[in-house]
Design a binder for this molecule. Sequence first.
Ligand code: AG3
Length: 281
Amino acid sequence: AEDNAFIEWYPRGYGVGFKVKRRLFETQTQYQRLEIYETEGFGKLLVLDGTVQLVEVGEESYHEVLVHPVMLAHPKPSRVLVIGGGDGGTLREVLKHGEVERAVMVEIDEGVVEASYLYLDVAKDLLERLIKKEEPRAELIIGDGVKYLKETGERFDVIIVDSTDPVGPAKLLFSEDFYRDAYEKLNDPGLYITQAGSVYLFTSELIDAYRAMKKVFDRVYYFSFPVIGYASPWSFLVGVKGDVDFRKVDLERAKGLKLYYYDPERHETLFQMPKYVRELL
Ligand code: AG3
């Protein structure tokens, strides 16, 4: 952070910054350094270990795109697992789908949930209900997603990984072993999605994750989207178990959702990838 600005530095000195009015909160949780800023033009900013997790104004450009394409491609997503996502934005989008009967969110860092509940206007009411165990369709588990996936007896139609970057502590969530556990815990048909970093600045991590997923899932798709607050375009990887065509989404179900960024009627526009990256995948 510099005077009146927060800048996230990506590799090779590529920066993404916001003018900020002040820092509202700062703590070292059990797992990471957490900061919350009031920005000039984008609401509050959540930062973990120096990396932008979201800005309130525009967070839907990430959460809608992470959640709705897979939910609308699956014929009946009634059981959903979210790994990470402690700010609640991902689960908020999941619960917009009336087909969902049970959603589980496994977040390793209770500090992220608490700070998001106290400071952010992202999913305040939902986080409160989760903390009080009053949300009938969803459960919050504070724990390690890797361990949870290995040990759970539950099966899911959709698994969504809303983690920090594929470098550092979340690296395990991008490993072949983890993908195998996810595949095993998916129903047939089932869909897995993970954010996979900046197309331009984490290209090799994206390629590694894609290749590892290809070893495990029946089919793997990649796509990208411009996310406000991240070094865009941002990449996403989808793994399929069984017979689902991720190139098609249910436009009837989409009509019931109020969307600002992801456009189901232009679903095919998600699949953009710079030519040199596509050729490496
Ligand atoms: N999940 C974080 C995506 C990673 C952002 N990376 C970065 N800025 N270097 C987001 C949390 C929102 N639910």
